[in-house]
Design a protein around this ligand. Structure first.
Ligand code: NAP
Length: 290
């Protein structure tokens, strides 16, 4: 059976690691805090005390951690996965990282004889646990073929954008546009509230009309009700993605005022409730100004 090491067992990674157990892979896991691994261990995963320990003997190492800093630590830290991996093994980065970081990891890991692909994903934690993610791949075509058996348990759709880094470029513009839509929705909802409209009707009309993107459908009723229970994607993570995307834009298309406004809005939302749902943006927009 193929051996996989899974590193990062947060809301997304926990379900993704479980998919490998369901598919019969031999699975080793590591997470900064062990508690999140307990049920996976009970299901047959091997607990490792470091990323390097998890990576030892693995055919593929898959990471799903918060950001660039966490990714650098789990790949290239003193006890990072790279120190335990065998030559020719696959390094599959599913975390949403910056474009520069993906290229830097690719360079660092390739020098050690490893195969790096960037493979950020779209889909919520429920989709992760059900193996229904969309995988956004940047890889040499031959490397993607080697990685494919390790991607199939995770998703229903694999989109290959080109060389290493391109999956991340797409993921960042996708999430930047999400930030713009959610920030704009919050302003629309707040204006309608100030005008005294029937807000249930507004939510229904927004989520069935011409602006009803999946983000608008997902957030309009919750914003109107101020119901943010069961946060799946936090303001801090949305801010991180928008910041990485605007940094990338600076190298390609300086300006992007709409994107910068959304980033500034998420600066405020993150300060307000970093671990709160990204939709809590409405609480910033509708807060009375002093
Ligand atoms: P999460 O629940 O906050 O999990 C974050 C993970 O990163 C945890 O395993 C955490 O360890 C680990 N981590 C954070 N800082 C670390 C550090 N310095 N060193 C080592 N490990 C560290 O986040 P998530 O929602 O699963 O998101 C994970 C990634 O998927 C992010 O890149 C996110 O942008 C992306 N993503 C999320 C969604 C979504 O809907 N949630 C969808 C698509 C993509 P601890 O458990 O010890 O804190």
């Amino acid at each position: 059976m193929p051996q996989v090491a899974f590193i990062g067992l947060g809301k997304m990674g926990h379900g993704m690691a479980g998919r490998y157990l369901d598919a019969g892979f031999t699975v080793a896991v590591w997470n900064r805090s062990k508690a999140k691994a307990e049920d996976l261990i009970a299901r047959g995963a091997r607990w490792a005390t470091s990323p390097a320990g998890a990576a030892t003997g693995a055919d593929a190492v898959v990471t799903m951690v918060a950001d660039d800093e966490a990714s650098r630590r789990v790949w290239l830290g003193n006890d990072g996965a790279a120190t335990g991996m065998k030559a020719g093994a696959l390094a599959i980065e599913c975390s949403t990282v910056s474009h520069a970081h993906a290229l830097e990891m690719s360079q660092g890991l390739t020098k050690r004889g490893l195969i790096y692909i960037d493979c950020p994903v779209t889909g919520l934690p429920q989709a992760a646990a059900a193996g229904k993610l969309t995988l956004l791949v940047g890889a040499d075509p031959a490397d993607l073929e080697k990685a494919r058996p390790f991607l199939l348990p995770l998703g229903t759709t694999i989109r290959h954008f080109g060389a290493v880094g391109t999956g991340t470029v797409f993921k960042l513009i996708n999430n930047l546009m999400g930030a713009v839509q959610i920030a704009s929705l919050a302003e629309g909802v707040a204006i309608a509230e100030q005008a005294g409209l029937d807000m249930n009707l507004v939510a229904e009309a927004l989520s069935t009309g011409a602006v009803a993107s999946p983000q608008v459908v997902r957030h309009s009723t919750r914003m109107v009700a101020r119901d943010f229970s069961g946060a799946t994607f936090t303001a801090a993570l949305r801010h991180k993605d928008a910041a990485y995307a605007v940094r990338l834009a600076e190298t390609l298309l300086p300006g992007v005022p709409v994107s910068r406004s959304a980033l500034a809005a998420y600066d405020r939302a993150k300060a307000h409730a970093p671990d709160g749902d990204e939709g809590q943006m409405i609480e910033i927009v509708s807060r009375p100004k002093r």
